[in-house]
Design a protein around this ligand. Structure first.
Ligand SMILES: Cc1cc2nc3c(=O)[nH]c(=O)nc-3n(C[C@H](O)[C@H](O)[C@H](O)COP(=O)(O)OP(=O)(O)OC[C@H]3O[C@@H](n4cnc5c(N)ncnc54)[C@H](O)[C@@H]3O)c2cc1C
Ligand code: HEM
Length: 624
């Protein structure tokens, strides 16, 4: 069944529907599933002015223009990076092309040295996109985000790592398979200029090169990097192996994480490798440390900041365990802790694992005087966290939401009532944090993916309450106004979950919106996709019961709030159509968080509606 317009249920009077339901449920179902939603869809289509342009060339050009518009930041960054790599390679390659050693080892040595130059650069650069604090600071405090795609930092990290892999293959491959054998078998005449580097007597055998400092450090680096590279692949990191596979225990996020720390040894070896070169004697030509010094220092500083910042445990103020295996933790805000909706923090719980840090989106709003996260049980760590916190909880009192809960005196007490110690680190920037730049927000969350979006909804709500006018300047928790404008004038939130129990997670927020948002700035749509299949008569019956209850008591039977629950998935095209019709000539920020399978469809709809209407949709996504 398609989305029903909650404002327009006039196709059958509710009293008639109730009577009909008692007499003839099947007829009631038939009448309730009239072409209401397709009528709505047609009416919207008529309001839209679709492009009449059928010229295929122009169509492809439009697609291309949209592609450029969407990707220009990525394109310039990757083009610049590639150009620097190529330039470094060529520069070093031709330097060696003109040296005596070229007459023995030829293009092999020129290739090895060209590749080594890109390796120094890439081993330095690969650290920058993972300096999370620096990136969060730059994107919050400066306008650099307008030209640099910070949301792609981890993708860029992987692209550079791929550049490292190519560099290692060329460099190590050329040295091991070509340069060393050529030098061993060179004629005495050709060897003559090499005496400066290798001494009067020529190296006796291949093993001599391998056991030399440059040789063994190089080989150890390749071995360590190979382990880290393999375990960093999404397939291993996300542990997609079958349970029966003996390798299963050796992979997963922790394996990725610990083997990634082998890079500490790799960087130490790289410095040694770069100072014990066979073909360079002058110290000032040994430039490896010059490339990597600053990024290594910056990244080390980041780690030290993380260590100190997360030193003190937060106070737990409230814990609730919800259906759908979700644990909600409400904690005190550490002094000076400022964040934006959409950002996330890392959490560490000693009682679960002293070394593991897991990221979670913040679900409270910047104006709230507490910090909250909603954690869905996925694997070992989240399951154990749920267990240790559940054990300290009591069953909920009547009317309270949450299966088990503990409400402490909201920060007044120093005692943590026997709760395990919790450390946090953050906040860190995420794609959803840029929502304030848009006139209109279309927020789409799948399951637990609603978490960063809930914080946005709360922030818009707090803004309505504090400032009164949406679209004014941004009020701070303290009440002072900052200069940065708050552009958002309207927000649509679509939340799709499988189990109806999930609506418990954010029941409080839903009620608050319904109660406080008098001007209807925020429009909430809950979609429950598991009750019955689309078109199933039973689902139509539930819709009817729900309408009756909603009309009589103002409360939805599933969400337990005044927000209506829809059945089955939303019709995304209709959703975009409605937003386009309601917001001509405006910029709509589409923020999606959830499983990746919906990304192509939403991206395509954003592109289509940007082409065909004068509303501009900008798509952002986050998956976890
Ligand atoms: C930016 C971000 C925000 C997130 N926000 C939320 C949220 O609000 N609510 C929520 O329930 N979940 C959120 N997650 C997902 C959450 O971090 C994982 O579900 C959790 O770490 C799983 O740990 P596990 O050991 O229980 O599960 P596992 O079975 O070990 O892992 C399940 C999945 O989580 C990933 N994962 C495991 N450990 C980590 C880690 N330390 N860091 C990053 N990824 C890891 C794995 O690669 C795997 O894909 C978020 C993830 C990210 C990256
Ligand atoms: C030269 C090789 C590499 C180096 C030096 C390197 C280094 C790092 C460092 C220092 C971090 C930051 C950890 C932190 O502080 O949180 C990191 C994170 C990460 N790296 Fe690498 N890496 C390399 C190769 C790779 C490769 C090949 C992949 C995957 C294909 C990869 C995937 C990742 C991912 C996904 C993260 C982010 C983890 C998270 O925050 O969830 N890296 N890397």
């Amino acid at each position: 069944m398609e989305e029903l317009d909650p404002d327009n249920l006039g196709y059958i009077e509710l009293e008639d529907l109730e009577a009909l339901l008692l007499q003839s449920p099947s007829e009631a179902v038939a009448r309730s599933t009239t072409t209401h939603s397709s009528k709505l869809s047609k009416a919207l289509s008529m309001k839209l002015a679709p492009s009449k342009d059928t010229n295929p060339l122009r169509h492809y050009w439009q697609e291309f223009a949209y592609f450029l518009e969407e990707n220009w930041k990525r394109i310039w960054v990757v083009t610049l990076w590639l150009s620097i790599c190529v330039a470094l390679f060529i520069w070093k390659f031709f330097q060696y092309r003109n040296r005596a050693v070229f007459h023995i080892m030829g293009y092999c040595v020129a290739t090895a040295k060209g590749a080594a130059e890109t390796l120094k650069f890439n081993m330095a650069l690969v650290l920058l996109p993972v300096c999370r604090n620096t990136i969060t600071w730059i994107r919050s405090k400066t306008k650099v985000g307008a030209v640099v795609p910070f949301n792609d930092n981890i993708n860029f990290h992987k692209v550079i790592a791929a550049g490292v892999a190519v560099g290692v293959a060329l460099h190590a491959g050329a040295h091991l398979t070509c340069d060393f054998p050529l030098l061993l078998h060179a004629s005495d005449e050709k060897y003559e200029p090499m005496k400066n580097f290798f001494g009067a007597t020529r190296p006796p055998n291949y093993w001599w090169f391998v056991k030399g400092t440059a040789g063994w450090t190089g080989i150890v680096m390749v071995v360590l990097m190979s382990i880290a590279f393999v375990l960093a692949q999404p397939w291993f990191r996300r542990n997609k192996l079958k349970d029966t596979n003996p390798l299963k225990k050796l992979t997963g996020f922790n394996a990725f994480w610990f083997t990634h720390h082998l890079f500490v040894i790799v960087y130490a070896l790289l410095i040694v490798h770069g100072t014990s070169l066979y073909l360079t004697n002058e110290w000032y030509k040994k430039s490896t440390w010059m490339y990597i010094a600053y990024p290594v220092f910056l990244y080390s500083f980041e780690r030290i900041v993380r260590l100190f910042r997360s030193h003190d445990a937060v106070k737990i103020q409230k814990v609730a365990v919800y259906p759908g295996n979700v644990l909600a933790l409400y904690m005190s805000k550490p002094p000076g802790f400022r964040y934006r909706s959409g950002q996330y923090i890392f959490i560490n719980c000693h009682a679960v694992s002293p070394y593991e840090w897991h990221p979670f989106s913040i679900t409270s709003a910047p104006g709230d005087n507490y910090l909250s996260v909603h954690i869905r049980t996925r694997g070992d760590w989240t399951s154990r966290l749920r267990t240790v916190f559940s054990e300290a909880c009591r069953p909920p009192a009547e009317g309270e939401s949450g299966l088990l809960r503990a409400d402490l005196s909201m920060g007044v007490t120093d005692s943590n009532a026997g709760f395990p110690k919790l450390l946090i680190d953050g906040p860190y920037g995420a794609p959803a944090q840029d929502y304030r730049e848009y006139d209109v927000l279309l927020l789409i969350g799948l399951g637990i993916g609603a978490t960063p979006l809930i914080s946005i909804v709360k922030d818009v709500l707090n803004h309505i309450q504090c400032g009164g006018s949406v679209g004014g300047t941004e009020p701070e928790a303290s009440g002072k106004a900052k200069k940065r404008p708050f552009m958002t004038k309207r927000a649509y939130f679509y939340w799709v979950t499988r189990e109806e129990g999930s609506f418990e997670w954010f029941r409080g927020v839903m009620n608050e919106v319904a109660e406080k948002d008098k001007d209807g700035v925020i429009e909430l749509h809950n979609h429950c996709s598991s009750v019955y299949q689309e078109g199933d008569a039973r689902s139509a019956l539930i819709v009817m019961l729900q309408e009756l209850q909603h009309a009589k008591k103002g409360v939805d039977i599933l969400s337990g709030t005044s927000v209506k629950t829809h059945f089955a998935r939303p019709n995304w095209r209709s959703v975009f159509k409605r937003v386009a019709v309601n917001h001509e000539n405006q910029r709509v920020g589409v923020f999606y968080c959830g499983e990746p399978f919906l990304v192509p469809q939403l991206r395509q709809l954003s592109a289509d509606f940007t082409h065909k209407t004068n509303t501009k949709f900008e798509f952002h996504k986050e998956n976890f």
